[in-house]
Design a protein around this ligand. Structure first.
Ligand SMILES: NC(=O)c1ccc[n+]([C@@H]2O[C@H](COP(=O)([O-])OP(=O)(O)OC[C@H]3O[C@@H](n4cnc5c(N)ncnc54)[C@H](OP(=O)(O)O)[C@@H]3O)[C@@H](O)[C@H]2O)c1
Length: 298
């Protein structure tokens, strides 16, 4: 009988919480990421570490072999042909899960993955969901979180340099924003329970809906700059700024496609806010515990 869990992105924001909670519950865990060095502490905690890449079909067969459940994601990829890489990798993950007959998977998807296009990099997550949905006798649970609080860590340079926060999202657009820790906790709970059959979608909408202006006000207060403002950049300027920060042109363009999707209401939650879709960590708590220390240390 299949037993054990394989966790991709095991050293990332979400995956490392998943690994930790599964190990604490006494489960057998295979922890996957590319860097063996970064995986080492997880071996110390009791995981079997498996260094390798999610875009390597032979490695995927090995990683899924004999597993009862998997936590899978499409990690950030900044090489050439980003969307093509995502689609190839989604197909490879599905093929390998199917070949290994893994009964359960939890995917790290996203709000907006119900749409096939007009959602930038989230289109890859749509493809991942669709591929897993076609596996016979397989139960995929697609976790669709909102916009990560951790994205704000990328704005520290801008805040220090310009004295304001800014991006292409509308300042007053209320969206689901969430702490990655809460996504990891939710994924681990469902993986431990394995309490669904067939395809299931669960949105994770954070503690409350927030606008970028509100997020920025909280971040500003936490770093002793209560006057900190959010500025909406025109798409062309925001895209140029991302490229100047080192992102490939294609990814910068994909982020603009996604920002337009949110701004225009094309991308939004499909489930009502409820106890099941609401998560505990507030932006105030995250700002105090994560953002402010990162800002001071940078
Ligand atoms: N940002 C958002 O607002 C948002 C919203 C919804 C969904 N998402 C999804 O969340 C994902 C990121 O999750 P996260 O923040 O937990 O990840 P993360 O902190 O960026 O970490 C990525 C993890 O994946 C591993 N990894 C990277 N490339 C890999 C590869 N080619 N093969 C195998 N492992 C690889 C990394 O380790 P190594 O580098 O050592 O391999 C690391 O363990 C995004 O890619 C996106 O699909 C993001």
């Amino acid at each position: 009988m299949a037993e054990g869990y394989v966790v991709f992105g095991a050293t990332g924001h979400v995956g490392r919480i998943v690994v930790t909670r599964l190990l604490e519950a006494g489960k057998k865990v295979r922890a996957v990421a590319r860097s063996a060095d970064k995986l080492k502490p997880l071996a110390g905690a009791g995981a079997r570490i498996l260094p390798g890449s999610v875009d390597d079909p032979a490695f995927l067969r090995l990683a899924f072999d004999g597993m009862k459940a998997a936590f899978v994601l499409l990690p950030p990829y900044l090489g050439a042909g980003i969307r093509a890489w995502q689609d190839r990798t989604a197909a490879a993950l599905g093929d390998a899960l199917e070949a290994a007959k893994v009964p359960y998977a939890v995917t790290l998807s996203s709000i907006g993955a119900d749409r096939p296009s007009g959602n930038g990099p989230i289109a890859g997550l749509h493809a991942l969901e669709a591929r897993l949905d076609r596996i016979p006798n397989h139960s995929p649970l697609h976790l669709r979180p909102g916009y990560f609080f951790e994205n704000n860590l990328g704005a520290i340079g801008l805040i220090k340099g310009m004295g304001s926060n800014g991006a292409a999202l509308k300042p007053d657009l209320k969206m689901a924003h969430i702490a990655t820790k809460d996504i990891g906790e939710a994924a681990a709970r469902r993986l431990l329970a394995l309490d669904w059959k067939g395809r299931l979608v669960q949105e994770l909408q954070g503690e409350r809906d927030l606008s970028m202006a509100e997020v920025t006000a909280v971040l500003g207060k936490a770093i002793g700059k209560p006057e900190l403002k959010y500025v909406q950049f025109p798409y062309a300027d925001a895209q140029k700024g991302l490229v100047q920060m080192g992102l490939p042109e294609e990814m910068a363009a994909l982020y603009m496609d996604m920002s337009k999707g949110f701004n225009d209401g094309h991308l939004k939650p499909t489930q009502p806010r409820s106890a099941a879709t609401t998560t505990p960590t507030s932006i105030e708590r995250w700002a105090a515990e994560v953002f402010a220390p990162a800002f001071q240390q940078s």
